[in-house]
Design a protein around this ligand. Structure first.
Ligand code: BEZ
Ligand code: FE
Length: 296
C-alpha cells in the first residue's frame, strides 16, 4: 500500500500525479508530463467545471478528432485558432531577424506536388483576376540560392483550396512546385486569391461562434521554400488592403509579409519575364536562414 496514492482530494491530487510521472523514461517526457499535469490541473481549479461541462469538453475533443481525415485536419485548426501554432512558430524562430519571417503552415499544404517550369500558370480551371508572381531566394548575405524548391499554394477567388473540393486530391490546382534559376529567381502566373473563412462547419467553427469570433483569414499566398543547408521557410505573402489583416483568425499576419499588388502591363517585366496580358503583380524576395547545427 502506498498511502500517498489514496484518499486524494483537491489539495493533494496534483502532487500525487506529479510524483507518478516523475519516473518517466527520459527527461523530455518528464518535463512535458510534469508541465501538462500542472497546467491542466490549474485550468480545472480555475474554471471549476461542472461534470456536465467536463463531459461537453471531452465531447468537443472527440468531435475534433472525428472530423480529421486526409483532407481535413481539425486539430490543426484548433491549434491555429487558439494562437498555439503561432506561439510554437515564434518559439522556434527566435532571433533569425535577417531571414524572412515565418507564419503558420495551415492545413492545406500538400507534399510532393509536381514541379512546374518557371512561368507556368498554376490555377487551371479557376476563375479570377490574373496575377503574376515574381520572387527570389537568397541567403542572409544576399547570395542567390539557385535550385531552391519553392512550393506555393493559395485559395481560389471564392476562398476555397483545391483539396476542399470533393475530388480535391485528384485535381490539384492553385498550387505548384518551382525550382529557382541560376540567379535564385522564380516566377509563375495564377489568379488573385481572396480572403476566406477557415472551415467552420465543425467543432472549431462552433468554438469560434461561442467566442464571438469571425472565421476569416486575409488573402495570401503560401510559400514553403527549401534549400540544402538552410532552414525550410514556411510563410505567406499577404495582400495589402485586405479587410482582415488586423483580425486574422489564426493570428498569422506580420507587417513584413504584406505586399501590394501592382499593375503590370503585358510584355517584358523589369525582372525580365514575359507575360501576354495585363496582370496584377505580386513581388517578394525571400531570405533563408542557415540550418541550425544539430546539438544532440
Ligand atoms: C491557411 O492559410 O491555409 C490556413 C491556416 C490556418 C488555418 C486554416 C487555414
Ligand atoms: Fe491559406
Amino acid at each position: 500500500m502506498n498511502p500517498v496514492s489514496r484518499n486524494l482530494d483537491e489539495t493533494s491530487i496534483t502532487e500525487a500525479v506529479l510524483r507518478r510521472v516523475a519516473g518517466a523514461s527520459n527527461d523530455r517526457a518528464r518535463t512535458i508530463s510534469d508541465a501538462l499535469v500542472r497546467h491542466l490541473h490549474a485550468f480545472v481549479r480555475e474554471v471549476e467545471p461542472t461534470e456536465e461541462e467536463w463531459r461537453q469538453g471531452i465531447d468537443f475533443l472527440t468531435r475534433v478528432g472525428g472530423m480529421c481525415s486526409e483532407t481535413r485536419q481539425e486539430f490543426i485548426l484548433l491549434s491555429d485558432t487558439l494562437g498555439v501554432s503561432m506561439l510554437v512558430d515564434a518559439i522556434n524562430h527566435r532571433g533569425a531577424s535577417e531571414a524572412t519571417a515565418t507564419t503558420v503552415l495551415g492545413p492545406f499544404y500538400v507534399a510532393n506536388v509536381a514541379e512546374q517550369p518557371l512561368g507556368a500558370f498554376i490555377s487551371e480551371g479557376l476563375d479570377g483576376a490574373p496575377m503574376l508572381c515574381e520572387g527570389s531566394v537568397c541567403d542572409p548575405s544576399g547570395n542567390a540560392l539557385a535550385g531552391a524548391i519553392v512550393d506555393v499554394w493559395h485559395s481560389d477567388g471564392d476562398g476555397y483550396y483545391d483539396i476542399q473540393h470533393a475530388d480535391g486530391l485528384e485535381s490539384l490546382t492553385g498550387r505548384a512546385r518551382f525550382r529557382t534559376d541560376g540567379g535564385g529567381r522564380f516566377w509563375f502566373r495564377s489568379i488573385v486569391p481572396n480572403f476566406y473563412p477557415i472551415p467552420d462547419d465543425g467543432p472549431v467553427g462552433d468554438m469560434l461562434k461561442a467566442q464571438g469570433r469571425h472565421p476569416y483569414r486575409p488573402a495570401h499566398v503560401h510559400f514553403m521554400i527549401a534549400a540544402p543547408g538552410f532552414e525550410t521557410l514556411v510563410t505567406h505573402v499577404f495582400l495589402s488592403g485586405d479587410p482582415y489583416l488586423d483580425s486574422d483568425v489564426v493570428f498569422g499576419v506580420k507587417d513584413e509579409l504584406i505586399a501590394s499588388l501592382t499593375p503590370q502591363e503585358a510584355g517584358r517585366t523589369a525582372r525580365g519575364n514575359v507575360i501576354e496580358q495585363d496582370m496584377s503583380a505580386l513581388r517578394y524576395d525571400f531570405v533563408l536562414t542557415p540550418a541550425r547545427k544539430e546539438t544532440l
